[in-house]
Design a protein around this ligand. Structure first.
Ligand SMILES: *Cc1c(COP(=O)(O)O)cnc(C)c1O
Length: 481
């Protein structure tokens, strides 16, 4: 399998070459040259791997799917990496991603049983093991620099803690994360994890990361890398749970299932698109957004319009607060018949200049719904509260704010044919306690391992919003090692 850029660059790369890279040289995103097809026989084999493996079923399924895309890691090593990643010890349940039935034909797929209680663990935990493996093979080191306002940063830290050859420098806005999120990140005592609280807002943190990445001499000298959501390996890891959800929601192959995905950067639902392109019988992929409805607007109107910072809302489902959807280019590339030149024209200078593009008059736009199965909808703070309340009263299940956006939109999009609808549960309610209290008047359940974490000692360095200060800290840390 070789990988190409969505913007038409001539290079073709292998999996391990793009594993540690971000964007392609032309600014595009990497995609496989083709999507391997699963026919009826291979779907049956995958179902058996998943069901037959008992506790190891998810790891077995992950190995089978990853093997279709990765041919530069020996099979035995890849199998060991999957077995080490998807364990009951890490996810607290042998099924890893169990379905929770709400009513007939309507269920949640629990993706947030990992160490940080959000679905980003599903991919990031694998990425940690892949990075450690590949860096050891090359005899290299990597310093991961990132900015976070919550979920991504903690998932990255929990995935990379204690890993050989990797250090993490994670910037967050000083005093602006929830006490639970701060405790999750800052209580990590691993020597390779460095929390940096910046005296500023999230945008200041992101600007510093950009500045450092643009300082090519520094970047090369200090082996700076990232783990953001455009990484193909993250997306690939997410493809696996669409298969796992499908096998749990059906008893025989070929029955269609629909998925609703609480969406921000379009990474999660893009993995669903890949699974569907491989031949998994997904009828509809429903994109659920919050007030930041860039994606809902596109699927309704054909217009993709990036929001200015001032038009990006801070909401109670904060992990979906985006101004543009960084993985969306992958889908548009497929939608346009994999035309790299057109994708380049839309996402390159065009978007930088105009802040928007319009496909409403393009015949391809209709394909988004008809050929690719996409629908969309939007949910607001009031919808979120009402949905959390309703799901709790009706089914006795407490859901988080992001999952609530999904449930709200999924209810609007269920079809008349009675196709089972699976809503991806992307976080646990404890992470967003304030809104749960607002909706239900009580505190969310807290998993036992998180009792009292706010009182643990914290390891964090507070710094001014200065690129030079952050660079000096990275340089000193590397020199001291
Ligand atoms: C990151 C995140 C999302 C959005 O996922 P994308 O892949 O960016 O679309 C939704 N919910 C939660 C809880 C998240 O952490």
């Amino acid at each position: 399998m070789r990988y190409l850029s969505t913007r038409g660059h001539a290079d073709r790369k292998r999996f391990c070459e793009i594993l540690l890279e971000g964007l392609a040289p032309d600014g595009g995103l990497y995609l496989p040259e083709h999507y391997p097809q699963v026919d009826a026989a291979s779907l049956q084999r995958l179902r058996q791997a998943f069901n037959g493996g008992q506790a190891g079923g998810y790891a077995a399924l992950a190995f089978e799917i990853l093997s279709l895309y990765i041919d530069d890691i020996p099979a035995a090593d890849l199998r060991a990496l999957c077995d080490k990643t998807y364990t009951e010890a890490v996810y607290g349940t042998p099924q890893i991603v169990p379905l929770k039935k709400l009513e007939d034909g309507f269920c949640l797929e629990a993706l947030s049983n990992g160490p940080t209680l959000a679905f980003k663990d599903m991919a990031m935990q694998l990425l940690g093991n892949l990075f450690e493996y590949e860096l050891a093979r090359r005899g290299e080191e990597l310093n991961i620099l990132g900015a976070t306002s919550g979920d991504t940063g903690s998932a990255a830290e929990y995935a990379m803690r204690g890993k050989q050859g990797v250090r993490v420098f994670m910037l967050s806005p000083h005093g602006r994360m929830s006490p639970f999120q701060q405790a999750q990140m800052f209580s990590l005592m691993d020597e390779n994890i460095h929390n940096i609280a910046i005296e500023g807002v999230f945008d200041d943190c992101q600007d510093i990361v950009k500045d450092v990445s643009n300082d090519l001499a520094f970047k090369r000298a200090h082996k700076i890398g990232t783990v953001n959501s455009i990484n193909w390996a993250r997306l690939l890891a997410q493809v696996v749970y669409y298969f796992a959800g499908y096998f749990q929601a059906t008893t025989k192959d070929g029955e269609p299932v629909s998925f609703t995905v609480p969406s921000g950067n379009f990474g999660n639902v893009c993995a669903g698109h890949v699974a569907r392109q491989m031949g998994l019988p997904i009828r509809t992929l429903v994109v659920a957004t919050n007030e930041n409805d860039v994606l809902d607007e596109f699927f309704r109107t054909g217009v993709y319009r990036v929001r200015a910072s001032a038009d990006t809302h801070e909401t109670s489902s904060p992990s979906m607060d985006i101004s543009k959807a960084s993985n969306f280019e992958r889908f548009v590339f497929d939608l346009l018949g994999r035309d790299g030149a057109r994708t380049q024209a839309l996402f390159g200078e065009g978007l930088a200049r105009e802040g928007r593009f319009d496909l409403s008059q393009d015949p391809a736009f209709a394909d988004a719904a008809t050929r690719y199965g996409f629908r969309s909808g939007k949910s607001t703070h009031a919808d979120r509260l009402a949905t959390i309340r309703d799901v709790f009263q009706r089914y006795g299940v407490m859901i988080d704010t992001h999952t609530a956006d999904g449930v709200k939109v999924a209810r609007e999009q269920r079809d008349d044919a009675g196709t089972p609808m699976v809503v991806l549960e992307t976080a646990l309610p404890i992470k967003f306690a304030e809104t749960i209290v607002e909706a239900l008047g009580c505190q969310p359940e807290r998993p036992a391992q998180f009792e009292g974490i706010e009182a643990l000692p914290k390891r964090v360095k507070v710094m001014p919003a200065s690129t030079a200060a952050v660079q000096a800290f990275i340089a000193d840390t590397c020199a001291a090692a």
